[in-house]
Design a protein around this ligand. Structure first.
Ligand code: UT7
Length: 320
């Protein structure tokens, strides 16, 4: 049996930190409201000349170094993003050029906040099929570019960042299973509806629009069901999980999933207060934080999960 094993992790956050108090100057909100309803205290925002590929490159180089892997060793690059540098080529191709890899297939995955979970799932299939041996999987976003900074319903929630892992083929576990889903009928509950047409944005704005409480309810149910699915598939109990590494959208959603698993919060990696919701970057960023501060140890069992626009959602259960 070939497993896909995480050989190294990396992450990157832009230098500029924006506390809630700065947003109080822009929209009718308060530090207290944001903390109580979301858990977010601050977020990192990219500089005007920074690109998603810049963030991805920092995270990727860290992951490659941690995995003791050279860019030319990679035989696949998959990048989850909703905020690509260009309409095309893919940000994965731009990253490949930066890293100096030649010839490996490289493509983006668009699953919004589930982008990394989707990308990890796809990478795992390639490794298990024997088609790839070393895969770079990245989640990178400059979500701040698709936020309406006059809309308090959305602008307080998101941040920018990137996270990455190098996956390698291994005869020891490894990713145990991946579970991804979508329900496209809910496409309007969380969306950036605009289309580029003849050089103009048409058929809606280029900003994120969200019906927050509807998304919240769906998220709690979908995440609770997908973590069950992952555990049942592996005939594991919640008590077998060492760490939950959830999508960092809202501390209340994270607590609901932990409660469902009867997992104490000190077994949950929580970065939402410092990072906000970094969309496809949120799970690999949280993973890297937990690895680098020494909480996550080799041999432990990790449960990763995320949900995003689409709706898309999923979970990955793995031995680190
Ligand atoms: O990453 C993809 C997944 N995304 C998510 O999981 C996000 C899911 N949704 C949420 O996290 C929450 O629904 C929010 C944090 C977005 C909102 O929290 P809520 O408890 O669901 O509040 P709400 O939408 O029901 O709004 C409550 C009130 C409203 O005022 P009224 O209509 O009751 O007078 C909002 O206008 O809070 C108001 N509000 C704000 N007030 C101060 C909304 N945003 C703000 C704000 N500051 N930033």
């Amino acid at each position: 049996m070939i497993y896909a094993r995480i050989a190294g992790t990396g992450s990157y956050l832009p230098a500029r930190v924006v506390p809630n108090s700065e947003l109080e100057q822009r929209v009718d909100t308060s530090d207290q409201w944001i903390i109580e309803r979301t858990g977010i205290k601050q977020r990192h925002l990219a500089a005007p000349d920074e690109t998603t590929c810049d963030l991805a490159e920092h995270a990727a180089r860290q992951a490659l170094a941690a995995a003791n892997c050279q860019p030319e060793d990679l035989d696949l690059i998959i990048l989850g993003t909703t905020t690509p540098d260009r309409i095309y080529p893919s940000t994965a191709c731009l990253l490949q050029a930066r890293l100096g890899n030649h010839g490996a297939p490289a493509f983006d995955v668009q699953a919004v906040c589930s982008g990394f979970i989707y990308a990890l799932s796809i990478a795992t299939q390639f490794i298990q099929a024997g088609t790839a041996k070393k895969v770079l999987v990245v989640g990178a976003e400059i979500y701040s570019r698709i936020l309406n900074w006059q809309d308090r319903n959305t602008c307080v929630l998101f941040g920018d960042g990137a996270g990455a892992v190098v996956l390698e083929a291994s005869d020891t576990p490894g990713i145990l299973s991946t579970h991804i889903h979508a329900e496209g009928q809910h496409n309007n509950l969380l969306s950036t509806p605009g289309t580029v047409d003849q050089g103009q944005i048409r058929n809606g704005a280029g900003f994120t629009e969200m019906q927050g409480s509807e998304v919240f309810k769906f998220a709690v149910n979908a995440l609770s069901s997908v973590v069950d699915e992952a555990l049942q598939h592996n005939q594991l109990q919640p008590s077998d999980i060492d760490w939950l590494i959830p999508h960092q959208a809202n501390i209340r959603i994270i607590k609901a999933t932990a409660k469902k698993l009867k997992l104490p919060m000190d077994q949950v990696i929580v970065t939402v207060p410092e990072h906000g919701n970094t969309s496809a970057a949120s799970v690999p960023l949280a993973l890297d934080v937990g690895v680098r501060d020494g909480r996550i140890q080799r041999g432990q069992t990790l449960l990763l999960e995320a949900i995003g626009g689409g709706f898309t959602w999923g979970a990955v259960l793995l031995k680190y």
